[in-house]
Ligand binder design. Structure first.
Ligand code: NAP
Length: 326
């Protein structure tokens, strides 16, 4: 099978397409023929080791000190189950599925094995493989932060970086949970963010939301430009700052803020579980959540896709479609 590998950390030029043995599923695994995968901000971070302040050493310890332990990037996939191990009960050959491999990665390949109790679910029938591949990364991140931040119906939420992979999911999910949503993005993305359910949109080039006198129950920062020091006065008395993008120095504030005020900071890595994938699939099936796709690339163009993701300016998701030869 064809795979995209990187054998050292660096720019998109470290990526190479190679041939590798097709994996054989273990007893509890399904072998998925991948129809679509994505290149996310997570792939950019792990490939380049361009990470928030204080995380450089931790990332090397997790992903490989001098070179990557897992040479295949990619956290999301959608495809068809081609074969299953002898103990698999929940899925069968021919099922159309989507999956999230998170830090284990390995989705930039023509085939991948997933354990049946891993983060894998049936693909919603009304989504294409391209859309289903883009359900998990932004969707599970936004869900996890909203759960930890205890978002309630009727609350006001501001999403800074509303047009990215996490932001476009967060706008839709916050709206679905009954929040009044304000999105912050660049001029070019204002219509997109409004179309996803934001009641108000702020163009960050023209207005600084931390200085306009408005306050919110929840602020989600996916852009890294709204640390507590800047956004504290924009939070209500019991407001929560959900720092999707945070460096270690930002995290040092967490206990101090909880001890000295009614406000709270939530940070750290999000987790994506099978339950969350099934929930996102239900919402998608009901027409309440749809991943935004900015660009599609073929597998052969994956280096180009990384270059675009590296700009930090994508709108929603970047998808890689796999044609397969048959
Ligand atoms: N904690 C976790 O578990 C976790 C999980 C997933 C992602 N992340 C992190 O979260 C960040 C966002 O991820 P993503 O996948 O959404 O990235 P992305 O798709 O690349 O989106 C980044 C967005 O930031 C916006 N942006 C850039 N400058 C901005 C500014 N000054 N003010 C407001 N928005 C601005 C861009 O919109 P415009 O083009 O409109 O400027 C772009 O849409 C990444 O750094 C990623 O590493 C963390």
């Amino acid at each position: 099978m064809k795979v995209c590998v990187y054998e050292r950390y660096g720019s998109p030029e470290v990526l190479q397409l190679k041939e590798m043995e097709k994996p054989i599923p273990k007893g509890n695994e399904a072998l998925i023929k991948i129809r679509a995968t994505t290149v996310t901000s997570g792939d950019w971070r792990v490939r380049s080791l361009n990470v928030p302040a204080g995380f450089g050493l931790i990332m090397r310890l997790v992903f490989g000190v001098s070179k990557p332990k897992q040479p295949i990037l990619g956290t999301e996939l959608a495809g068809v189950i081609e074969s299953v191990g002898k103990d698999v009960r929940r899925f069968k050959v021919g099922d159309q599925v989507f999956a999230f491999s998170d830090a284990a990665m390995g989705c930039h390949a023509e085939y991948k094995c997933m354990p049946e109790d891993g983060a894998m679910a049936l693909k919603p029938l009304n989504l294409t493989y391209d859309e289903a591949a883009a359900l998990s990364f932004g969707g599970t991140t936004a869900l996890d932060f909203f759960k930890r931040g205890k978002l309630q119906s009727g609350e006001s939420v501001l999403i800074n970086g509303a047009s990215g992979g996490v932001g476009t999911a967060a706008v839709q999910l916050a709206k679905h949970f009954g929040a009044e949503v304000t999105g912050v993005c660049s001029t070019a993305n204002m219509e997109l963010v409004k179309s996803l359910g934001a009641s108000h949109v702020i163009d960050y080039a023209k207005e600084d939301f931390t200085r306009n006198g408005e306050t919110y129950d929840v602020i989600v920062d996916t852009a890294g430009t709204a640390p507590f020091s800047r956004s504290k006065d924009s939070l209500k008395e019991s407001g929560r700052l959900l720092m999707v993008l945070a460096g270690l120095p930002d995290m040092l504030w967490i206990p101090w803020v909880s001890m000295t005020s009614g406000k709270k900071i939530v940070a750290g890595p999000a987790t994506g579980r099978a339950d969350d994938l099934r929930y996102l699939a239900e919402l998608a099936q009901a027409g309440k959540f749809r991943p935004v796709i900015d660009r599609r690339y073929s597998f052969e163009q994956i280096t180009e896709a990384h270059r675009y993701v590296d700009t930090g300016r994508k709108k929603g998701n970047v998808v890689i479609t796999l044609g397969h030869d048959d």
